[in-house]
Design a protein around this ligand. Sequence first.
Ligand SMILES: [Zn+2]
Ligand SMILES: [Zn+2]
Ligand SMILES: [Zn+2]
Length: 285
Amino acid sequence: MKLRFLGTGAAEGVPAIYCQCETCQTARERGGKELHSRTQVMVDETFCIDFPPDAYYHALQGKFDYSQMQTLIVTHSHLDHFYACDFVLRGYKYTKTDCKPLHIYGNAEVGKVYEESVKREMRDEVRANIVFHELHPFAPVVTADGYTVTALSAQHSKTEDAYVYLIEKDGLSYLHLTDTGRLPMETLDYLQRIFERRENKINGVCFDCTFLFYTAGAVSRHMGLGDNQAQQEEMRARGIVGERTVYMITHYSHNSNPLVETLEKAQMAYGYVPTYDGFEIRLTK
Ligand SMILES: [Zn+2]
Ligand SMILES: [Zn+2]
Ligand SMILES: [Zn+2]
């Protein structure tokens, strides 16, 4: 299973859209690896987790388009994860390509944001080619591309049931853990029930690491490295992850000074692979 991290920044991006702090100025000046656009991951060049305002920019950077993408998994409705206005352009005179039907999966709030975002400009023939599916936690679905996708409850929002995701195909599994603080008990219990008896544990985990070297503790909407480590130990004790599990971090905030030297320090100290925009990794058993 190949993961391609198209964007690795928090809501405001790095450099942040309206900020002149030292970190943002340095990132702006250096460019390249220091730039973290809003979070989006592509799995096996087939489907995406989240569709941020930078989804178009990601397509330019990666030399691809979204016309053949059939599946979009959305974590929650926050603007850095779901910019639905662009779906208006998925037909009519805006493309000369036959776009595949697009299935968008998410919680009820994502469904509402989709409707609000497209109601002014979407034509009927474009609308007919996009289907929204409301997901419920701990109820796996199989996508058109043959992936088993399970929404799991996150600790992130008081106004919606934000999800993190377990993605599985051909005996490989990826656990996408952003945006969330430390996971709710019911999510850990669910994962334990699935993996404790399996020999092949989760192959890859990507942690929300908005705070980097700041540890947020039990009650927070995001995590830092200390929280990631606590979570890793808990998952280990529950038989969810194993010796061969690969750990990554993503969703950095400018407040955490996520310059390359900081991310390298994080890797040295914790052993987690820092993701950068355009970073690719292949998960194996
Ligand atoms: Zn976010
Ligand atoms: Zn800043
Ligand atoms: Zn969020």
